[in-house]
Design a protein around this ligand. Structure first.
Ligand SMILES: NC(=O)c1ccc[n+]([C@@H]2O[C@H](COP(=O)([O-])OP(=O)(O)OC[C@H]3O[C@@H](n4cnc5c(N)ncnc54)[C@H](OP(=O)(O)O)[C@@H]3O)[C@@H](O)[C@H]2O)c1
Length: 273
């Protein structure tokens, strides 16, 4: 592979998967611009510039898109920042659902459109988005979060077609459960005091705390770095333990079988309906 010095924008570079990618890129001598809601709390490093970005604040998104960083060619834009809303479908507050879509979907799409205009100018570049295995299947209490990731999957799949012959590469990263701040600080909740769901949510909370099957973020960072360097036209990259297996099972198993497997794993095998 031809080695080339890159200039990469990574949203949500302060923690977890984004931080792992930032580390991997800096270790390879790339220049990184990373975003966080708390730039004043970040450590200065060579070849790394911190910018403020709050996906839930449209003014903050506009400020990022108006920033002079776009006046110099970027090689890649990685849409990684996001959070998870834990909420029973029936009891979530609509404002919480709208906020979830604002951050994970609408703000991400605004950055995507801006990056596309930038890459069209130079007829090259890589657009990457971090979805989840939950972008291709859904889990109880993660339904709205999963919906944002399904929406991103559809948009990036359509974008892949629209970029054919343009020199622009489109990548979707689909991590499984990863050991990050996501399960502790990266989550918001709504409607979780609904007594109908106490038991299910308690089980979920214990399972997430244990995190025994989760993948270290450095593994996902390496998959992302390889996907950035790859010259193939591959769109989707499963990342981490169990991600590939679950995605393949989703693809080949009849719906009923697959849902029974998930129910057994996350809802103690309770029967639907
Ligand atoms: N962990 C998992 O199991 C898992 C699995 C599949 C997919 N993912 C996806 O991976 C991506 C990264 O998550 P992670 O696991 O690395 O979680 P994390 O450790 O909580 O990191 C999330 C990053 O996104 C930023 N962020 C969160 N909410 C934001 C907001 N409203 N506006 C701007 N920035 C925001 C955070 O930055 P600041 O707090 O510094 O602003 C942080 O850098 C997310 O898109 C997540 O959906 C995670």
């Amino acid at each position: 592979m031809v080695s080339k010095h890159r200039r990469v924008l990574v949203t949500g570079g302060s923690s977890g998967i984004g931080a792992a990618l930032v580390d991997a890129l800096l270790a390879s001598g790339e220049t990184v611009i990373a975003t966080t809601r708390k730039p004043e709390q970040q450590v200065a490093r060579t070849n790394l510039q911190w910018l403020a970005l709050d996906l839930n604040d449209p003014d903050s998104v506009t400020a990022l898109l108006d920033h002079p960083i776009w006046e110099t060619p970027l090689d890649a834009v990685v849409n990684n920042a996001g959070y998870g809303l834990i909420a029973p479908i029936e009891s979530a507050a609509m404002d919480a659902v709208r906020d979830q879509f604002e951050a994970n979907f609408f703000a991400t799409i605004a950055i995507t459109q801006h990056a596309m205009a930038h890459f069209r100018t130079y007829q090259q570049g890589t657009l990457m988005v971090v979805t989840s295995i939950g972008g291709r299947m859904a889990f109880p209490y993660f339904g709205y979060y999963n919906a944002t990731k399904h929406a991103l999957e559809a948009v990036y799949e359509a974008l892949w077609y629209e970029c054919i012959g343009s020199g622009i590469r489109v990548r979707i990263i689909e991590p499984g459960f990863t050991q990050t701040q996501f399960a502790t600080h990266g989550m918001q909740t709504s409607g979780t005091d609904d007594p109908i769901h106490t038991q299910g949510l308690q089980w979920l909370s214990n399972a997430m705390k244990s995190g025994t099957t989760a993948t270290p973020p450095a593994v996902i960072g390496q998959v992302m770095k390889s996907a950035l360097e790859s010259t193939s036209d591959q769109l989707r990259f499963a990342a981490g333990k169990h991600a590939g297996t679950l995605l393949t099972a989703r693809k080949i198993l009849p719906d009923r079988w697959f849902s029974s497997l998930i129910a057994k794993a996350v809802m103690r095998g309770q029967k639907a309906g």
